[in-house]
Design a binder for this molecule. Structure first.
Ligand code: GUN
Length: 289
C-alpha cells in the first residue's frame, strides 16, 4: 500500500482563501486587521519565519507592524513595547517570535500580551481555555495539524495518537486538541522509554524533534496504515528535512506530511486566521464604538 501525501500548501491555500473573505468583511466594517511582529536578535531561522509571516499577511490583506529589536533588548524594554501594542487600537494581534535571547523571560513576556491579541494562543489565559476545551485563539502549529485532518476527512474518533514532543508550542496544545476530538493520546519526550514500541502501536504518529542526529522516524517504527505528521524541521546539507524517513514511510502509511510543504505552511495560515479572529474580537474594544 502506498499512502497519500498530505499537501500542506493546498490546505494552507484553502485557509488563506477563507481569511481573505474575512478580511474583506472586516474592511467593510471599517477595520483593517493588523499584526504586530516582534523579533529580537539575529537568529537567522527566526528572521526567515517572521518574514514569511509578514509576506503571508500582505497576501491576504492583513497589515503588519514590524518591530525588529537588538539582541541586547531588555525585559523592561520588552514590557514597555508589549504594553504599547496592547493599548494600540490599530493593532489586533501581537506575535513575539520565539526563542528569545537569554536575558528575556519567555513566560513573563508572553504572559504580558493581552489574551485578546494573543494570536499564538500561548498566554496562560488562552492555555487555560484550551485545556478546558473553550479556546478561541489556539496555537498555530497544533491547530494547523487539526485543519489538515479536517481537510482530508480523517476520522479521529477512538484513534490512538503518539506525540513526540511536550513543548508549550506543540506537544501540550496538540494533546488537548486531539483529546477534544476523542483521540487517545500518548505524549512522548526525550526521557520516554521504549519510544519505538509506543510508535508501533499508534494509529497516528506526530513527531516534532527537529534534530535528525537524535531521532529519525523510520518505516519499522510505524504500523501499516498509520497517519504520520512531521513537524520536525532541520537542515541537512543546506536542505530542509523533517524527522520522518518520508520515502520509506509513504509506502507503509495511509497519510504522511512532507517537509517542506507539510505542516510549515499551516503554521503561517493559522496565524492569519487567528489575526482576523482577534480583529473581530478586538473591534468593539477601546475605539469608543
Ligand atoms: N517559534 C517557532 N514556532 C513559533 C510559533 O508558532 N510562534 C512563535 N511566536 N514563535 C515560534
Amino acid at each position: 500500500m502506498t499512502g497519500q501525501k498530505i499537501d500542506g500548501i493546498a490546505v494552507a491555500n484553502a485557509v488563506k482563501e477563507r481569511v481573505r473573505g474575512a478580511v474583506k468583511a472586516l474592511q467593510s466594517d471599517g477595520v483593517t486587521p493588523c499584526l504586530a511582529t516582534v523579533l529580537v536578535g539575529e537568529n537567522p531561522a527566526s528572521a526567515v519565519y517572521v518574514k514569511n509571516k509578514q509576506k503571508a499577511c500582505t497576501e491576504v490583506g492583513i497589515t503588519t507592524k514590524d518591530h525588529k529589536l537588538p539582541e541586547s533588548f531588555s525585559q523592561q524594554e520588552m514590557n514597555s513595547l508589549i504594553d504599547l501594542l496592547n493599548n494600540d487600537n490599530t493593532v489586533h494581534g501581537i506575535l513575539v517570535q520565539l526563542p528569545l535571547p537569554k536575558q528575556l523571560d519567555e513566560f513573563a513576556t508572553i504572559s504580558r500580551i493581552s489574551p485578546i491579541k494573543d494570536v499564538d494562543g500561548l498566554t496562560p489565559y488562552n492555555v487555560g481555555l484550551l485545556s478546558t476545551g473553550r479556546a478561541i485563539l489556539k496555537p498555530c502549529t497544533p491547530s494547523g495539524i487539526m485543519e489538515m485532518f479536517d481537510y482530508y476527512n480523517i476520522d479521529l474518533t477512538g484513534k490512538h495518537a503518539v506525540i513526540i514532543n511536550r513543548s508549550n508550542l506543540i506537544g501540550r496544545p496538540l494533546y488537548n486538541l486531539l483529546l477534544e476530538k476523542n483521540v487517545t493520546v500518548t505524549t512522548c519526550h526525550s526521557k520516554t522509554q521504549n519510544l519505538k514500541e509506543h510508535c508501533q502501536k499508534a494509529d497516528i504518529v506526530i513527531t516534532a524533534v527537529g534534530d535528525r542526529t537524535k531521532f529519525v522516524l523510520t518505516a519499522d517504527m510505524v504500523k501499516d496504515g498509520a497517519i504520520v505528521i512531521d513537524v520536525g524541521i532541520s537542515r541537512q546539507d543546506s536542505k530542509l528535512v523533517g524527522d520522518v524517513d518520508y520515502d520509506s514511510i509513504i509506502k507503509k502509511a495511509s497519510y504522511v506530511t512532507p517537509v517542506p510543504g507539510g505542516v510549515g505552511p499551516m503554521t503561517v495560515a493559522m496565524l492569519l486566521k487567528n489575526t482576523v479572529t482577534a480583529a473581530s474580537i478586538n473591534k468593539g474594544f477601546g475605539s469608543g464604538s
